[in-house]
Design a protein around this ligand. Sequence first.
Ligand code: PLP
Length: 414
Amino acid sequence: MAASELNPPPRLLMGPGPINADPRVLRAMAAQLVGQYDPSMTDYMNQTQALYREVFRTTNEQTLLIDGTARAGIEAALVSLVRPGDRVLVPVFGRFGYLLAEIAERCGAEVLIIEVGWGEVFAAEQIEQAIRTHRPALLALVHGDTSTTMAQPLADIGAICRQHDVLFYSDVTASLAGNDFAADDLGLDAATAGLQKCLGGPSGSAPVTFSPRAVEVINSRKRIEAGIRTAGDAAHEASPGETIRSNYFDLAMIFDYWGPRRLNHHTEATSMLYGARECARLLVAEGMDAAVERHRLHGAAMLAGVQGLGLGVFGDIAHKMNNVVAVRIPDGVDDAGVRGALLDGFGIEIGTSFGPLQGMVWRIGTMGYNARTDAVLTTLAALEQVLRRAGAQVTAGGGVGAAYEVYADAAVTG
Ligand SMILES: Cc1ncc(COP(=O)(O)O)c(C=O)c1O
């Protein structure tokens, strides 16, 4: 088969992620490869670890990349931390809570779920009560769930977990760098992410971080592959029942690969590492507080814009993530028709939704490289035209006008 040159259509990706990658990240990814143990490569690995400590706001030594999309980070964390039979508590407030429960179950955990309605978040007391009742070994909690746009408050949960001797893990894929977050201050033992949201890169690399308490659990399950083991390693062999049930996601071995031993594991995905390093380098240069503020501003402008058009917004806005909004589809308007018209006429992609929200809301993101004034204003202008043609009652100029006001106010106060 003769395939033509790859030439993707120009798109403005304003859904809940993936978003357009920052061109500087794409350029970094096009750099030539070096050998796996080339001093420049091991330097890049060390730099990447240091940069992600700043992004996660942690001093955790074990801060590194898992090769794979965000769920590779989730799988690595859960399969390495959870022993078969361990109890794992998962508070579910959207699609990604179910994903954590599903992965924990596949790791052999006894999974206990508590739920609130989509569009809501948990009070710390509800989580503490469930911990008292179920006595889990680990709490697995999504921070920002793009399926509902809610950001679960994490303050107080770390202290509750310490008090009850529970490991605290959070999936911060959708929220990291766009919403307030500091792994150490929150008392987290593990956090995992992906590049394709507020980090401004493509999916395919999962930044992760583990506290010394989590590392102790993981290393107690250590088993080094026979072909690379040396005499001194035999003493570290975990008993067969303890062994981590995945080779690829065995964090004990991955720590040795990223650490001073450089013990061979997988072949690091060099181009993805270049990209992940550039994502973090750009954020650290901007400043993490400034990055969160940028997401807050453009998220506020988009929210004001859709409301200015006269559209309804789904969920508890007080707990909405900065970087995504769920817009109610007006009665009688065809969900797929509007998204298709935005894509065909304007090259703009907005997101559909899952489960109980399918056909009820669109999810519009303002994140990473696309947390920009021009991206917000262009999207609102296009949405107004497409909605009007689809028969919806929208306020003429109300979207761009309201967003413009938010930017004008920020310019005065900022
Ligand atoms: C909160 C959350 N967790 C996990 C994932 C899964 O990420 P991936 O598709 O990169 O594996 C996503 C993706 O949207 C997400 O938003």
